[in-house]
Write a protein that binds this ligand. Structure first.
Ligand code: TRP
Length: 335
């Protein structure tokens, strides 16, 4: 493969990576490194759109960079940069703010959902940055003229807006930005262990997610107490909780064990204790491996930063080249 197509994706520094982030996104990013010219970005500027704690943002950013490297984002094969170290992201965002229709931003469901959540809270602050969040995301992607963006369902509307921004820019100033496409790769839907009707997420609370670097004991405890059948409707189809356990096993475990347990289930032997043991074993193997890798990287944090700064510098070169063209096309003087 000659890596002729480029991939870009971003992740907010949320603190701790969990299985949902890993199986739903990051593991896929790792696989793409072999076949595409990949650039991954920790989007710390996006994390400023909601009120936040300063020390926490610092710690979360560092943790996310270490976590991604531990998962196998490999500086020899891909670029891992930090959004705020490439100020061209925000410069291009301004240009795009003037190309993007106000009405299109109003129609973003993520913004509307956040507004609904926040409006119920007393004294909630809604920043203009939260509103223009998707414009910054479009700048992230188009700054590197990325061909593909691996994104989940929840980001499809933002990606469509990026395409619309590219089209409007091209129409107004001349053909320049390629329209980025979604890279749809089948990823398992990872649900909360404690409430398998909802997506695994940190915001639901600690019993709802399994941290990627979590210790064996708590991983086992969480899997053991995972919700399976609720009693009613047993014998109908597979319940969401059981399906979630099987899908975790399929993603992380031994295929033979998965097949054997599925056969048992289909024969009517609902031995959830065995299923849970198998899932716990698979998750413990994965988290132990990743935790060991994480410890190696965390042993040299200044070295990690040096590497990320160097990669961000490489990104800056590409970003500056784009901005030079954008300045020309839009009638601004060159720097
Ligand atoms: N909005 C994305 C999320 O919350 C993160 C993100 C920012 C992103 N910029 C991006 C994803 C560019 C893909 C491409 O998941």
């Amino acid at each position: 493969m000659d890596k002729q197509h480029s991939v870009f994706s971003g992740i907010q520094p949320t603190g701790e990576l969990h299985l949902g982030n890993y199986l739903g996104a990051v593991a896929n990013w790792v696989r793409l490194q072999d076949n595409y010219d990949c650039r991954y970005c920790v989007v710390d500027l996006h994390a400023m759109t909601m009120p936040y704690d300063i020390a926490e943002l610092r710690a979360n950013t560092e943790n996310m960079l270490i976590g991604l490297l531990a998962c196998g984002i490999d500086p020899a094969r891909a670029n891992l940069c930090l959004q705020s170290l490439v100020p061209e992201h925000t410069e291009l965002q301004w240009v795009f703010s003037c190309v993007c229709a106000y009405g299109d931003l109003m129609r973003q469901t993520q913004f509307k959902d956040k507004m609904d959540q926040l409006e119920g809270q007393q004294g909630a602050f809604i920043s203009a940055g939260l509103f223009t969040y998707p414009v910054l995301q479009a700048a992230d992607i188009l700054l590197y003229r990325a061909d593909y963006v691996p994104v989940g369902k929840d980001q499809e509307q933002h990606l469509e807006l990026s395409r619309e921004i590219a089209r409007r820019f091209n129409f107004q100033f001349g053909e320049f930005f390629p329209e980025p496409r979604a890279l749809a790769t089948p990823t398992p839907k990872v649900l909360s262990l404690a409430d398998p009707t909802r997506k695994m997420s940190k915001s639901l609370g600690p019993k709802h997610y399994v941290g990627l670097f979590e210790e064996e004991k708590s991983v086992r405890a969480k899997v053991r107490s995972a919700v399976t059948d609720t009693g009613e409707g047993a014998g109908e189809g597979m319940s969401p909780g059981v399906e979630n356990l099987f899908s975790l096993l399929a993603a992380c475990g031994d295929p033979a064990v998965h097949a054997a347990l599925l056969k048992e289930y289909e024969a009517g032997n609902r031995r959830y204790a065995l299923l849970k043991d198998a899932v716990a074993d698979a998750l413990v193997a994965l988290t132990s491996r990743l935790r060991a890798r994480r410890a190696e990287i965390a042993a040299d944090v200044p070295g990690m930063w040096k590497q990320v700064r160097a990669m961000s510098e490489v990104s800056r070169d590409a970003a500056r080249a784009t901005l030079r063209e954008v300045r020309k096309l839009t009638g601004l003087p060159s720097l």
